[in-house]
Design a protein around this ligand. Structure first.
Ligand code: SF4
Length: 446
């Protein structure tokens, strides 16, 4: 792969996929490639696929097929989870190369991708380093658990962790490169460290990264955690969370179900929903206002109406502020694919609909609460007008004066003044530095 060529990426799925794509992006740029803003005219098109649900895999395939149809002269590579985990993923799609691991895309000569740097070098290489304003750091990959509905272990292999020192160094590099929010991410953070000497767990890692960032960039860069396995929610976790002043008051838990029978059938009997609820209740002492998200998988084979109601009522009682709801989809090669008791599509759809409505009500109510807070901060992901995600994981829109001086990725202190958006779940804010907007028509008259 030599000479100046252009490439274009389509990345689907989770933050870990986005992280892998960023590492490849920087690798290709280091080799003289230039990133194209669209597939038109690009020499190399890469689809970084996802296989977490049947829908994600078919969407990945649809995109690859469309690119092939619309760009007959381009070199096209399909990479990642669906290529690895879905048999015959590219069947009937000629002239699309398969790269089971995203690193294989740049495999001439083979390389191991370096962690994305977010460095000036990347910028100078003509690549907007992280396309996102909030940097993701992959601390762990793969999974060794084996939930009955999941093929991720087949897509990403067994769990493997990055050493604490390596992750800490990367976080410090990103903070030095100007990132004001860093998201610690992985496929199953509950398995972090099991493969490392001294077997540090995820909370040891968070302590180390948090302290290093606070020492080097006090109050400048905040941390956010991606999805947590409920089995990780221990007294130690609470103590570590309480000791992290720069951590966003936001947790996302891969709950999946709250019915013990369904959890056991899912091969997720390692936690008890009641203990999850107790843990969350105990957090109010640390975070009086917090964002709480959950993954919920509904319609698992054998899930009775009563079991569904148990999950629904549990989630209604939990101080959730949003939820990702997935109707069960049969994954080829997963244990549950051959379980008895698969439910009709209509039932799964209806249950997902009910859960999503519940989650929407909760998000709207939470937005109303956040809109009454005296202060919040958001990371500018867009400017003029400035928009971005605040510590409570809600989208904020800056209204009125103060737009001019805001830069991408900047941490903006703001005062909530109301809710906005079709679902009334965005927060309208004014810049904390700007004089309050005068009521009445002159609005922002000086
Ligand atoms: S913990 Fe379960 S759902 Fe998550 S990646 Fe591992 S096997 Fe899949």
């Amino acid at each position: 792969m030599d000479g100046e060529r252009t490439f274009y990426f389509r990345t689907l799925g989770c933050k870990v996929n986005a992280y892998d794509a960023q590492a490849l992006r920087e690798e290709l740029c280091a080799r003289g490639y230039v990133e194209a803003a669209s597939p038109d005219g690009a020499d190399l098109l890469v689809v970084n696929t996802c296989a977490v649900t049947a829908r994600a895999a078919s969407e990945s395939r649809r995109i690859a097929a469309a690119l092939r149809r619309d760009h007959p002269d381009a070199e096209i590579i399909a990479a990642g989870c669906a290529v690895r985990a879905v048999p015959d993923f590219l069947a009937g799609l000629p002239d699309i190369a398969a790269a089971p691991r995203i690193a294989d895309v740049a495999a001439a000569p083979p390389v191991s991708l370096q962690p994305p740097s977010g460095s000036q070098a990347a910028a100078q290489a003509g690549v907007s380093d992280f396309p996102r304003a909030r940097a993701v750091v992959k601390v762990q990959d793969g999974c060794s658990h084996g939930c009955a509905y999941c093929i991720v272990p087949r897509a990403r292999g067994a769990s493997r962790s990055r050493p604490v020192a390596q992750v800490t160094a990367e976080a410090l590099r990103l903070a030095a490169a100007g990132f004001r929010e860093i998201v610690l991410s992985g496929i199953n953070l509950g398995h972090y460290g099991r493969d490392l000497p001294q077997t540090p767990d995820f909370w040891d890692l968070l302590s180390a990264v948090g302290h290093a960032l606070n020492a080097a960039h006090p109050g400048m860069t905040r941390l956010r955690l991606s999805s947590l396995d409920p089995g990780m929610l221990t007294p130690k976790a609470r103590d570590v969370l309480a000791a992290q002043p720069s951590l966003c008051p936001h947790l996302h838990v891969s709950l999946q179900s709250a019915d013990p029978g369904v959890l056991a059938a899912m091969r997720r009997g390692h936690y008890r929903p009641a203990e999850v609820a107790d843990f969350i209740a105990g957090l109010s002492r640390i975070w009086p206002v917090m964002a709480l998200g959950a993954d919920i998988l509904t319609g698992f084979p054998g899930e009775s109406e009563a079991a569904f109601r148990t999950t629904l009522e549990f989630c209604r009682a939990l101080p959730l502020t949003y939820a990702h709801v997935f109707p069960y989809s049969r994954r080829p090669g997963s244990l549950a694919a051959v379980f008895p008791g698969h439910l009709p599509a209509g039932v799964k759809k209806e249950r997902a609909h009910i859960l999503r409505d519940m989650a929407k009500e909760k998000k709207t109510a939470f937005a109303r609460t956040v809109a009454t807070l005296p202060r919040l901060t958001f990371v500018a992901e867009r400017v003029r007008p400035a928009r971005g995600v605040c510590e409570y994981y809600l989208e904020c829109r800056l209204d009125g004066p103060g737009q001019g001086g805001i830069l991408p990725r900047q941490l903006v202190a703001a005062v909530p003044i109301g809710v906005a958006g079709t679902d009334a779940t965005d927060i309208l804010v004014r810049a904390a530095s700007a004089r309050p907007r005068q009521a009445g028509p002159q609005g922002d008259a000086p």
